[in-house]
Design a protein around this ligand. Structure first.
Ligand code: ZN
Length: 345
């Protein structure tokens, strides 16, 4: 897939996305319709054989809708190559349902709900599909935040309760999550805009960090925020290096006073409470091993919250060439969930 094709995917009106269940039924009645969609995504003017460049209507097989065979050289081309569905034995329509349900439900969908809704025999299949979609939610070329329309960035860290089988909920199971949120200001100054001083959230970055040290927080900051951005934090000593790193840093003495937090760091605190609610209500807590994948999904939803349906095509990985985990990768611990900012420890 070339860079030109990647850009095109989101502008092409011949690749509609479902906005309702009825839309979905009409667009994707079966695996064959899903295959046609993948074919159209890859070749906007009809199939061209990648082996011999022959341009012609290929052979199609009703038993293998995801495969096209060239009439000239007789080589088979898989339609899922380069998408999150590559090498999967799950029917295309199941993947399309997953992308639809994940993009259309405000809080997304848990693996248990997904398994039930589609009548999948194995929980593991549902679990793997959703994690694969999450891997496709992280764009490898993601830019750092805090430039452009942002007036500043609120940066903070929090503990997220990990759930470890056979262990109590002691503090050692808690994981440190760092967040950076762009703050923007509404220009018009209407009644609505006066709440929170007209401030609202732009993009967010969320990453697990090993601890609250200055080293970890500095690394997170430089991976998430553009150089020179204005950053507001509390006065924790872990943020002491931000000025030296070239940021315009303002440290607010919070000292547990909620009024101070509400005044200076309101948006990042909203993000943290939204994140924790979502983890416990939709997913009933998640294991530390997979927490970063859920942070990625939360980030993806948050950053696209004003146009949820548009995400359908990016979820299928039609434009991203995302690396996807196998079931064995997920459970062996071999797979590392990508981070939003490229930050990796
Ligand atoms: Zn050929």
């Amino acid at each position: 897939m070339t860079a030109g094709q990647v850009k095109d995917i989101f502008k092409r009106s011949d690749l509609p996305f479902p906005r309702s269940l009825l839309d979905f039924q009409r667009l994707f009645p079966d695996d064959y319709a899903c295959a046609k969609y993948l074919e159209a995504a890859r070749w906007s003017n009809g199939f061209i054989c990648p082996y011999c460049n022959f341009r012609s209507e290929p052979f199609r097989f009703s038993s293998r809708p995801g495969v096209l065979r060239c009439r000239s050289c007789r080589n088979d081309t898989g339609l899922t190559v380069g998408t999150v569905m590559e090498r999967s034995h799950t029917p295309l329509s199941t993947w399309f349902w997953a992308a639809y349900l994940v993009s259309s439900q405000t809080p997304g969908i848990s693996a248990v709900q997904f398994q039930r809704q589609l009548g999948l025999s194995r929980y593991e299949t549902a679990f793997q599909i959703l994690h694969t979609l999450r891997a496709g939610m992280v764009r490898p070329d993601q830019e750092r935040i805090g430039g452009g329309r942002a007036s500043h960035v609120e940066l903070d860290e929090t503990y997220v309760g990990g759930r470890v089988r056979g262990k109590g909920r002691g503090p050692r199971d808690k994981i440190v999550v760092a967040a950076a949120v762009e703050v923007r200001r509404r220009q018009s100054g209407g009644a609505l805009d006066n709440r929170k001083g007209g401030r609202y959230a732009g993009r967010v970055r969320l990453t697990i960090i090993p601890d609250r040290s200055a080293l970890s927080l500095s690394e997170f900051t430089t991976s998430a925020d553009v150089p020179g951005a204005k950053i507001i934090t509390d006065d924790w000593s872990g943020y002491a290096d931000l000025k030296r790193l070239g940021y315009r840093h303002k440290a607010v003495a919070e000292r547990g006073d909620p009024a101070v937090a509400e005044k200076h760091l309101p948006i990042v605190h909203l993000v943290f409470s939204g994140l924790k609610n979502w983890l416990s209500r939709t997913h009933h807590g998640v294991s530390p091993q997979h927490l970063q994948a859920y942070l990625n999904e939360f980030t993806f939803r948050f950053n696209r919250r004003f146009y949820p349906f548009n995400t359908f095509r990016s979820l299928l990985g039609l434009a991203s060439n995302a690396q996807a985990p196998t079931y064995e990768n997920l459970y062996s611990g071999e797979w590392r969930h990508p981070t939003c900012s490229g930050y990796m420890r």
